[in-house]
Design a protein around this ligand. Structure first.
Ligand SMILES: [Zn+2]
Length: 489
């Protein structure tokens, strides 16, 4: 046992015990061998715990890494309606051009019934400008038009050197126009019929199931589309569904919002649509519907039409778009100030006003001075806002146009532009119902944080559980060490 000499406490006794008997020596060896075994066992024990400890640390590191890489990690919640299991599902219905006060016309009994059983706010203020494309896309992105880039139904982009036309799918479907992220994401399936933007691939994502815009579809066909999606097998069924109706908007433009009979007929049609939809959902024990509209409508007033050619040389500007607003883009940047000054002077004492793009009042959230650069090349250098019912025309661009009896697109703070809504931030409500983690948006932060808190809590629980496990392993190791040293003594 050459190693004996190196044992602590045995070195001093080596020379002085030279005459020990064989029995004593063998006894001494037994004790040494026993302590050696104990030491080995203790070392193995520590080594074992150290290995387990290292594995746990690695697991924790991996987990933290996953959470950091996938911050939107969430646990999908599955419900049962008695016969089928389903994930939390929401149906979003748009009634284009449904002005908030149409609900007071006693023409929509089923929508009233829906309201009585649900949540209704007095109105939803559309985004500026109060037009269809900007607002439908705002509803599903939670972003102001200045942030998502669809700043109007028609607009020119100086960087793309191209014009967005809402009625020309070949142009408007191109991904290059669409900023922001629609609510369809996070690996959940979606079924979208005719929603603005749903025919485009946006950030590499498009709806799982989709029907393009089609004015000839009946309300019954739209109900069938939704029910067919809801009846798909569990793993194929979409959890976000959206559909669209145009009747109220069309009647409003053609006959004006004050034409009781025609508007009421359109209201009756969409009310029937809601009745059929609610019946279909009730059969399936599903109830989550969000009803919205994109803007209101006002009666056109011919006396309030303003001809820009009375004030500026129209040949110096690109075709003027944005009716009833005027989005004015001079061919030469050097002309901006002159044209603006002419218009500003002309507007003194009038019921209309003009702004340079960097002076548009902040309440409109329509600025080129935003962190999102997408709208900067799209917002025209000069914007003119007409009085309610009026609009800006010019002889060149309006040669063959007729002014509709009903118009929208005005200052979004005017009461006639008010839309209907169930909640103030539809996007956040949808995200919450679907347990998505919303991307940053222009909604109130509180609602976003509630959803974020759910995600953070799940992550915290996992991390705390790992820490508790590690502490327990540490304690076991400590106890093992104490027991080991006691045995050695
Ligand atoms: Zn619309």
């Amino acid at each position: 046992m050459s190693t004996n000499t190196k044992n602590e406490g045995s070195e001093g006794s080596e020379g002085s015990e030279a005459n020990d008997t064989d029995g004593l020596l063998s006894g001494r060896r037994e004790v040494d061998e026993e302590s050696q075994t104990l030491k080995k066992e203790r070392r193995n024990l520590i080594l074992g715990f150290l290995v387990i400890f290292m594995i746990l640390i690695m697991l924790l590191g991996t987990l933290i890494g996953i959470i950091m890489i996938f911050p939107n990690y969430h646990v999908p919640i599955i419900y049962s309606n008695g016969t089928h299991t389903f994930r939390s599902t929401v149906l979003l219905i748009s009634f284009d051009g449904f002005r908030a006060d149409y609900l007071n016309r006693n023409a929509t009994p089923y929508i009233s019934e829906f309201i009585n059983n649900g949540i209704k706010a007095e109105y939803m203020r559309p985004s500026f400008p109060s037009n269809t494309f900007p607002n439908h896309y705002t509803i599903v992105t939670g972003l102001y038009p200045e942030s998502h880039g669809i700043i109007d139904n028609v607009f020119y982009d100086t960087v793309l050197n191209d014009t967005f036309y809402y009625t020309d799918p070949k142009r408007s479907f191109d991904s290059k126009w669409w900023g922001g992220e629609p609510v369809i994401k996070d690996g959940q399936k979606s079924g979208v019929s005719q929603w603005v933007g749903s025919s485009s691939v946006i950030k590499g994502i498009s709806p799982t199931y989709h029907y393009p815009f089609n004015l000839s579809l009946t309300t019954q066909e739209k109900v069938s589309q939704v029910m067919n999606w809801l009846d798909l097998p569990f793993d194929e069924r979409p959890t976000f569904l959206a559909t669209y109706t145009n009747q109220v908007d069309s009647a409003g433009h053609t006959f004006g919002p004050d034409s009781l009979m025609e508007i009421n007929e359109a209201l009756f049609q969409v009310d029937n649509f809601v009745r059929e939809m609610m019946a279909g959902l009730a059969k399936r024990n599903l109830t989550d519907i969000v009803n919205v509209s994109d803007h209101g409508m006002t009666t056109s007033i011919p006396d309030k039409i303003i001809n820009l050619e009375n004030y500026i040389n129209i040949s110096k500007v690109y075709p003027v778009v944005g009716y009833p607003l005027a989005e004015i883009r001079p061919y030469l940047d050097s002309e901006i100030q002159n044209i603006y000054t002419d218009l500003k002077n002309a507007s003194i004492g009038q019921s209309w006003d003009c702004y340079k793009s960097d002076e548009i009042p902040s309440k409109y959230h329509f600025s080129t001075n935003t962190s999102s650069s997408i709208s900067s090349p799209r917002i025209a250098p000069i914007y003119c806002l007409p009085p309610l019912g009026g609009g800006f025309i010019n002889n060149r661009d309006f040669e063959n146009e007729t002014i509709p009896n009903g118009t929208h697109g005005y200052d979004n703070y005017l009461s006639d532009m008010r839309a209907i809504f169930l909640a103030s931030e539809v996007y956040n409500i949808i995200s919450r119902i679907l347990h998505l983690c919303p991307v940053p948006n222009n909604g109130t932060l509180v609602v976003v944080e509630v959803v974020m808190v759910e995600v953070v809590v799940i992550e915290l629980i996992v991390v705390i559980a790992m820490i508790v496990m590690i502490v327990m392993i540490g304690l076991i190791e400590l106890i093992a060490l104490i027991v080991g040293s006691l045995q050695y003594r």
